[in-house]
Write a protein that binds this ligand. Structure first.
Ligand SMILES: *Cc1c(COP(=O)(O)O)cnc(C)c1O
Length: 244
């Protein structure tokens, strides 16, 4: 690197190093406690508001997955990610009219919750001659104004997606309701794990249940204990978000 890094950036590098070590250590422990290997659990860093120089430092420590949740922000940072060494995914709410801008740039879209959105991802992927991996987002807490499909509509959505060329369903994702008590959030994680198991037992074209993406800064260890194999951690890794 030719530019001299400011003292502030170097401080933040150190914070990220400390946090990364703590989080990967906790993930390893939770994996073992749940009868799996540390490497069975994917840590995806939620990178909203974080500058590429900081993200890339985390990648240099071994972080292999990053996720953005806004199309505009992803596009503005796109040239600066170290995509040789990490995999970029989309984890936020996605409007159908913005799909075209990210298909081909991200390896997975985690937030598919309607036939319309799935159809547009499929259409844009076919146009580019690629297959896009997607997760179906479930609104497991049945919260109003929250994205995600309701449990009872999941089978129908999957049945429709199974027919689409250009996408491949790889699993499920959720953002549970904010819970003060850990026991309450585990109820939602357990429900998600059960759905994941139930769907795994069926054979559907284009649909495999490889990824169960749940757990964030405050509850990633609980999520792993309940069966998550991907956790999405932002503030615990990069520090409190500063919206500019
Ligand atoms: C921001 C974000 C996260 C991470 O949130 P933290 O609480 O900061 O760890 C996870 N998933 C999604 C979809 C997000 O937008």
């Amino acid at each position: 690197m030719t530019e001299k890094l400011s003292a502030e950036i170097l401080d933040r590098f150190q914070d990220v190093e400390r946090n990364y070590e703590e989080i990967t250590g906790n993930i390893a422990k939770a994996a073992l406690r749940s009868g799996r290997k540390p490497e069975d659990i994917i840590l995806l860093a939620a990178t909203k508001t974080v500058e590429p120089v900081i993200i890339n430092h985390a990648v240099s420590l071994g972080l292999s997955y990053i996720g953005e949740n806004k199309v505009q922000e992803l596009l503005s940072k796109y040239e600066d990610y170290d995509l040789q060494h990490c995999d970029l995914q989309f984890i936020g709410h996605l409007q159908t009219n913005k799909v075209r801008q990210i298909v081909g740039k991200v390896s997975m879209i985690q937030s598919v919750d309607s036939v319309k959105l799935a159809g547009e991802i499929a259409r844009q992927s076919v146009r580019q001659n690629i297959v896009t991996d997607v997760l179906v987002e479930v609104n497991i807490g049945r919260e109003e104004n929250k994205s995600g499909v309701l449990e009872e509509s999941l089978d129908e959505l999957l049945a429709q997606m199974a027919l689409m060329e250009g996408i491949r369903v790889r699993g499920l994702m959720t953002i549970p309701p904010i819970c003060e008590e850990k026991a309450r959030v585990c109820k939602f994680f357990d429900k998600m794990h059960q759905l994941f198991i139930d769907i795994s037992s069926k054979t559907l074209d284009n649909i495999s249940m490889d990824v169960l993406s749940m757990g964030m800064s405050d509850d990633y260890q609980e999520a792993i204990l309940c069966g998550a194999n991907m956790v999405r951690v932002g503030s615990r890794l990069f520090g409190k978000r500063i919206y500019r």
